[in-house]
Write a protein that binds this ligand. Sequence first.
Ligand SMILES: Cc1ncc(COP(=O)(O)O)c(C=O)c1O
Length: 393
Amino acid sequence: MKVKDFVERYAVDRHNTDCFKWDGLQNEFGSTDLLPLWVADTEFKVPEAVTQALQARIAHGVYGYSQVVSGYQQAYINWQQQRYQTEIHPEWMRFGTGVVQSLSTLINVLTEPQEAVMVLQPVYYPFMQVIENNQRKLVVSQLKRADHHYEMDFTDIEQKIKQQHVKLLINCSPHNPVGRVWSEAELTKLLKICRENKVLFISDEIHHDLIVGQRPFVSALSIDNGLYRDNMVMVDSASKTFNLAALQNNHLIIPNPQIRTRYDNYIQRLKSPAGSLMGQVAAKAAYENGAEWLSGMLALIKQNFTYLKTHLAAENPAIEIFELEGTYLAWIDLSQVIPPTDLERVMKNDAKLAVDFGKWFGQGGDGFVRINLATTPANIELAVKRLKSVIKK
Ligand SMILES: Cc1ncc(COP(=O)(O)O)c(C=O)c1O
């Protein structure tokens, strides 16, 4: 689908819908007159098939206790097999009410209090929050900056795993905020280090449909024909791809039967809900009928990224914009053009932009902003115009 058609058909004003991104501006940024490019959701309506599926279910009028929506597993399995050749079996699947909720649960299932859990920073900040809020020890390996992209520092990762007795590593794949789609070779190396050192692995693949560069996505589940499956849990959701976050449904893929039993026992203790009815109705319809919509979304992200990159880089070569292989989140180093201590003030008061500030993502993020590209080209043009004007000053 062409970008113009996608925008005409799906862009929608989200004001006064109780959404965080627009209606939460005052709470988070202390002002309502900012252009919001922060929260990682989009300004676009879901595919028509999703709305129709929800309407049909709502029309029934009864929303009592439900089982997993029939055909749901198969819809997800087909999507994963056809698009990425990722093999998933229905018995491996479990359901939750959000990826972050699943991460928090898994930390409790896979580790004991005070044990060490590693992340590769800068990274999506709830990773750190769920580790620390569950009284685990946070161990950080810094991603290495290379030419407009980041790489894993395998020597540092292995050293810290050994020295700090790391029990679990949470990897973001593709990576929010640095935009990397990890290669098969990188994932193989990381998974090998983890297995050799008895470190369990969680692969957060929520962004895996949002591939906008040249490198194809490969799931950690598929590496070496599934050699590392027994050592991992993969977490995923249709919510990022299809803008369904508030419907609260996600999956956990647990190939190892012993880990599944531990997970099931823990859920028994919590009695927590296994997914959400409306979330599953919506996600199933999206997996079955959302491919064309997604092609429009991906074309839009690419166009917005190209615009941002071309125009900002032309303004001042000291602005570093990292290559976007995956996600709809641009990661930009402004530290050479705006002093990091002034960044928040300049963004809010002068540029009038609500962005995610790099320092939220941990070490290595100071002086950066993360800009959400899943918005209209007009909004990206406006954001670039405002950024250029404050940088000129
Ligand atoms: C890497 C990553 N994991 C999880 C989430 C959130 O997932 P959920 O809303 O299902 O908790 C996000 C949202 O941006 C994310 O970037």
